[in-house]
Write a protein that binds this ligand. Structure first.
Ligand SMILES: Nc1ncnc2c1ncn2[C@@H]1O[C@H](COP(=O)(O)OP(=O)(O)OP(=O)(O)O)[C@@H](O)[C@H]1O
Length: 252
């Protein structure tokens, strides 16, 4: 383990003056500090290439920060990507069991956890289907279910719903905020969609263009569970407008 990254027993995630300069000299993120506690769902929005994925990769241990530190328990860290990354030769049930299998959970427990997660994401009845027969939204649900089997205290989402149509995306947003409410994890979500950010989050962070820094922070005041019609609420529109304005300013 490096001296810049601490792997501790905690149900929160903390970036402490985290910076990343790649070996080719590209400075991706600079002096980023924020904490996501259990029961918080924090979303980062920012211009393309500002270092959002880099932050998640640092949190997960895929990348080592070149300055500052990250505090997180990596044993049961949840991580879903834009690509559902399902194995085409395994059924939905077997795909969902995969992480529990890699973590050496006993077979009967794996099966039980997978079935619970499949039910939670609304894929009941599709257990024996193969990925090729699933829609994009269903693949993402399977990917979410696979991560849910670990009951992760900290859950990272790297733009998971970017590749599905608008209506499916709204359904997945709705389901994700329900999962968040039920499971109570510390969530860190990345998106380019302000509406998605405001709908699901307790807090929205705006990053600047590269090198990415946190330039604005917004508390989202709405109670959970959030009704899909919240998107038409004047306060929702006002907050989205404010974030959009900050985001436009962050490009310079
Ligand atoms: N291994 C690497 N070596 C050099 N530069 C890199 C490497 N990985 C990423 N970068 C650069 O670091 C910057 C941040 O990349 P990152 O993928 O974190 O941005 P992002 O905000 O997630 O982008 P997007 O919104 O387009 O997905 C980009 O300029 C990218 O080209």
């Amino acid at each position: 383990m490096s001296d810049t990254t601490t792997d501790i027993r905690t149900d929160s995630l903390a970036f402490e003056h985290t910076g990343m300069v790649f070996p080719d000299g590209t400075e991706a993120v600079r002096d980023v500090s924020f904490t996501v506690k259990k029961g918080e769902f924090v979303t980062i929005v920012g211009p393309s290439g500002c270092g959002k994925s880099t932050l998640l990769k640092i949190a997960s241990g895929l990348l080592e920060p070149t300055s500052g530190a990250v505090q997180v328990d990596r044993d049961r860290l949840g991580y879903v990507f834009q690509d559902a990354t399902l194995l085409p030769w395994r059924t939905v049930k077997k795909n969902v069991e995969l992480l529990a299998e890699l973590h050496d959970f006993p077979k009967s427990e794996r099966s039980k956890l997978a079935q619970e997660a499949i039910d939670l994401v609304g894929l009941k009845g599709f257990e024996e289907h193969y990925p090729k027969s699933l829609s994009g939204g269903m693949k993402m649900r399977a990917s979410l279910a696979r991560t849910l089997t670990l009951k992760p205290p900290v859950f990272l989402f790297d733009e998971p719903f970017g590749a599905v149509d608008e209506i499916t995306r709204e359904h997945l947003n709705d389901e994700t905020q329900q999962l968040f409410q039920r499971e109570g994890f510390a969530g860190l979500f990345i998106t380019h969609s302000i509406s998605e950010a405001v709908f699901m989050s307790t807090r929205v962070l705006v990053m600047s263009a590269r090198p990415g820094r946190i330039v604005a922070e917004y508390q989202v005041p709405f109670d959970y569970p959030r009704d899909p019609d919240l998107r038409f609420d004047p306060e929702f529109a006002r907050l989205s407008g404010e974030i959009s304005h900050a985001l436009r300013g962050s490009h310079s």
